[in-house]
Design a binder for this molecule. Structure first.
Ligand code: DLL
Length: 433
């Protein structure tokens, strides 16, 4: 099978633009009437839905940013009554509260459809065994891929993340043909497998659908060599849907953004002005078909470049290059989004340490490692060891639960964390990808 949905994937640019405009107008109309936040934001710009007469008019609409989601926590941006919402997902917010998104049954169907489309790009068919090692739960990775693989008719192994020995056992016993997980975890599986004497060349594994964190061409080469597969990049974010917003085709020169459901723009992150195709900037996405949680001009904070050149695979949708950075300080550690401000909010909540901290991120082997340095005051430094041990324990538990990943806490002496005259430096990232 070449395409999951030939009509939409290979639609002429003219027809696509027509479809986008029609869907954009409907979306704008809906959010204007159903979501007070959008109505107010539009009114502030002096815009009504009737002002959207062409795709170019999109640029007159206001941006939506992550803090808008926090300010309307948990369901304030939903455009349907809760009876229509059949599922919630969430990702890290910048402080203690997560960013919540909702889906109607139609949204779930659309998502499954787009994920099936993505899996077909990786050569997926009904005959495949998809080992889905993305995390299941509030994170969109696990269930997003799962529903797409089922719709495709493949056999899904919903193993979720972690438990490497079991992953490797199942991969051999069940004859996994497609592996879906973060690229760093795939590399870890490859190395652990090799240590156990597994010869991946002899396994039926043929493709990997890797995303949720940045990776590189160097990592692609390693993954393809070690696992004897084709390794492809998949992009998405919970605010926009989850995995399956864009997917790389076998040409391996960027990910097709599913433009029948999303409009992509690149802006200059400083000025907010659109930049031409081929220039680097921040990716901004507008949803065209979502019901429960439509989103207008969402600033992803991801830095990329769009390539409108026709693709040899025959798909007409624009391609985005690998995400090369972020315009904010969000880190992705073991696939989990982490904001330094989350650590800060815990320290403030405790009120027992100085507000000086540093996140030290490293890659030990193929695994990300996080150590958080927290500075003690002079007075505390002379406190009893028992107290400090207890403080460290409490901080670790709280930070682990707020961040959703485990970190080591290192209590450091007064004034050891470097002060800066400008913006404080909260992160040392030593990973090489
Ligand atoms: O990571 C959705 C996803 C799941 C994508 C599984 C792909 C596979 P969030 O947790 O909301 O959603 O995180 C979204 O992750 O803004 C990017 O910074 C980053 N990201 C996602 N895919 C890629 C990728 C999921 N292929 C944030 N390359 C995004 C680089 C990626 N970064």
């Amino acid at each position: 099978m070449m395409y999951w949905d030939r009509e939409y994937e290979t639609m002429s640019r003219d027809n696509l633009a027509e479809l986008q405009l029609q869907r954009l107008q409907a979306t704008v109309e809906r959010v204007y009437h159903k979501v007070p936040f959008y109505r107010q934001a539009f009114e502030k710009q002096g815009i009504t839905p009737r002002d959207i007469r062409s795709l170019d008019d999109l640029r007159h609409l206001p941006f939506t940013v992550k803090t808008d989601l926090r300010d309307n926590y948990p369901f304030g941006l939903f455009a349907v009554p809760m009876e229509e919402v059949v599922r919630l997902h969430a990702s890290s917010g910048t402080t203690g509260k997560p960013t919540v998104v909702g889906y109607t049954q139609n949204d779930i169907n659309t998502w499954a459809n787009l994920m099936a489309r993505a899996l077909v790009m990786a050569g997926g068919t009904k005959g495949d065994v998809v080992q889905n090692a993305y995390g299941y739960g509030l994170f969109t990775g696990g269930m997003g891929i799962h529903y797409g693989a089922e719709l495709l008719g493949a056999t899904v192994v919903p193993v979720s993340g972690g438990n490497t020995a079991r992953q490797l056992m199942l991969m051999q016993d069940f004859g996994t043909t497609i592996l879906t997980c973060t690229p760093s975890y795939a590399l870890y599986l490859a190395e652990e497998g090799r240590n156990q004497g597994i010869d991946f060349a002899k396994l039926p594994l043929k493709a990997g659908v890797f995303g949720a964190e940045p990776w590189s061409e160097r990592m692609r080469r390693q993954l393809e060599e070690k696992l004897h597969i084709t390794a492809l990049d998949i992009y998405g974010l919970s605010e926009v849907m989850g995995p399956g917003v864009a997917m790389e085709c076998p040409v391996k020169e960027g990910m097709h953004i599913f433009e029948d459901h999303f409009i992509a723009e690149i802006i200059d992150p400083e000025t907010g002005e659109p930049v031409p195709f081929g220039e680097q900037g921040e990716l901004v996405i507008t949803s065209l078909t979502k019901e429960a949680f439509p989103i207008i001009r969402y600033r992803t904070r991801d830095i990329t470049v769009l390539n409108p050149e026709p693709c040899p695979c025959g798909r007409t949708h624009v391609r985005m290059c690998r995400v090369t950075g972020r315009t904010d300080d969000m880190l992705i550690i073991r696939g989990v989004n982490v904001f330094p401000s989350q650590v800060e909010s815990v320290l403030l909540e405790f009120g027992e340490t100085e507000p000086h901290y540093l996140l030290v991120v490293d890659r030990k082997g193929t695994m990300d490692d996080l150590e958080i340095w927290v500075e003690l005051s002079n007075q505390m430094f002379s406190d009893k060891v028992r107290y400090l041990e207890d403080l460290e324990y409490r901080l670790r538990s709280r930070i682990n639960s707020v961040l959703g990943i485990s970190a080591r806490i290192k209590l450091v002496e007064p004034r050891t964390i470097p002060r800066s005259e400008g913006k404080a430096k909260r992160v040392v990232d030593r990973r090489e990808i």
